[in-house]
Design a protein around this ligand. Structure first.
Ligand code: NDP
Length: 256
């Protein structure tokens, strides 16, 4: 079912590791062209190499664009998008995947952390999405997606800011979908909601205090999705223009 994305262009943020990387690898097998965006250029170059090798000749070096990009540099979003657009001449799907969390007891979260997590997980996402929407409006059709989380649907302990941010994204994206239903813009809006997935994410979530303090292990557990499985499921949901896709079983045991 990913097959019909062949030749389309997908702009993936947070493509340098984890879920974003594995979405790129899954799409590459079907000859989907991609913009790989993140801050770590060396990781992106390596993933570009893997995507081309993975594609069995369907992708050449011009079909995968590495874009070193800090999502927090909101004033440059238009420039980044235009660079990608002038390279490919079209962008079909924007996948807002970059994101991070920080674990802490609810009452101990400093407001500066709330703001940081909202900057990355919400404001940078809606700003880049608005840039894409200007283009999709002129084109008459488009597809915007975000890697949200089960934390966008349920309350998750020790992740108050992150959960709040992912819930906010659901509000923004669900409003967008409804708003565009009866306009000239044919817009697909996808909320990808993985459960815990084994990526660098958990290491990045424990900057404030060790995870053990919250009874959470940063090591892989059987209940966690692999990055590869999650990336594949996200790619399938994108190809099907799924509105909301929940992945994995809510693993109560990692919080207990
Ligand atoms: P990773 O930490 O492996 O990936 C995070 C990605 O975001 C990296 O590519 C990183 O790239 C990028 N990123 C972070 N900050 C910035 C920034 N300021 N500018 C640009 N890129 C940035 O984690 P995951 O793959 O797990 O996370 C991807 C998405 O999946 C996130 O939105 C996360 O909330 C969501 N998710 C994760 C789950 C999990 O359990 N792992 C479960 C549910 C959802 P770089 O550092 O190179 O900039």
């Amino acid at each position: 079912s990913i097959d019909h994305l062949k030749g389309k262009v997908v702009f993936i943020t947070g493509a340098s590791s984890g879920i974003g990387k594995h979405v790129a690898l899954a799409l590459s097998k079907y000859g989907v062209k991609m913009v790989l965006a993140a801050r770590r250029r060396d990781c992106l170059e390596e993933i570009k190499f893997q995507c081309i090798a993975n594609s069995g000749g369907k992708l050449t070096t011009n079909d995968v664009l590495v874009l070193q990009m800090d999502m927090l540099d909101i004033n440059s979003h238009q420039k980044y998008f235009d660079t990608a657009l002038s390279h490919f001449g079209q962008i079909d799907i924007l996948l807002n995947n970059a994101g991070r969390s920080q674990r802490a007891f609810w009452e101990s979260i400093h407001l500066s952390v709330d703001k940081e997590l909202f900057e990355l997980n919400v404001f940078s996402v809606i700003n880049l999405t608005r840039v894409a929407l200007n283009y999709f409006n002129s084109r008459g059709h488009g597809h915007v997606a975000v890697t949200s989380s089960l934390a966008g649907v349920f309350g998750i302990p020790y992740s108050g800011s992150y959960t709040g941010a992912k819930h906010a994204i659901h509000g923004y994206f669900n409003s967008l979908r409804i708003e565009k239903l009866h306009t000239n813009l044919k817009l697909a809006v996808t909320l990808l909601c993985p459960g815990p997935t084994y990526t660098e994410f958990l290491q990045h979530s424990f900057t404030a205090s060790p995870g053990e303090q919250y009874g959470i292990s940063a090591s892989p557990t059987d209940s966690r999705l692999t990055g590869e499985r999650c990336g594949y499921l996200c790619a399938v949901a994108l190809a099907n223009e799924t509105k909301e896709s929940w992945m994995g079983i809510f693993p109560v045991m990692i919080f207990s």
